[in-house]
Write a protein that binds this ligand. Sequence first.
Ligand SMILES: [Zn+2]
Length: 173
Amino acid sequence: MIIAILLFSFWISVNVVYGADSASIYKWSGTSVGVDVSDLPSGWIPSLASSMTAWNNISSTFTFYSSSGGHKVYDANIGPGVPGETYLSKSGVVIQDADTVLNTNYLWSTSGVYGHMDVQNVLTHELGHWFMLYDLYYGYQSEYTMYGVIVTGETKKRTLEDDDVDSAYTMYH
Ligand SMILES: [Zn+2]
C-alpha cells in the first residue's frame, strides 16, 4: 500500500511539473515583430527563415515576419567572446527593440559542418532571446534550444524542445 501511494505521488508530480524554465516577465506590446535581414548575407536568409518558422509554429500568439527596416539580424565582427549576441531594450517590462549580431570572428556554415557555427542553430537560440527567454545552464537543460552554451558543428538548437515551447507559450497565449 505504501508503495502504491509513493508511485501515485510520483506520477502526480511528474505530470504537474510545468517547465518553462527560460520564461521571463518581459513582453512585446504587440504580437508580431518584423525582422530586417538587409544586412545579413543572402545565403544565410533561408536559415533565418527556418529559425523564425520554428518559433512561429508553436501556436503561441506571437509571430516573426520578414520586413525591411526595424529590428535587425546582421553579421559583424565583434571580436572574441560569443558567436551570437542579442541586444534588447526594454521599458519596464515592455520589450521595445531587439537586434541580433552573428559574430564573423567565428567561422559559419548553413549545414552544421565541423568547426563552424551553424547559422540556423545559433539564430533559433537568439530569436528565443527576442522573447526575452533566458539562457539556461543546468545539465538537464542541455538539449533545450535556450541552453546557453553553443558549440561549432551543433545543430540540435534548430528544433525546439518542450521547455522552449512552454516558455514562449506561457508568455504569449
Ligand atoms: Zn543565449
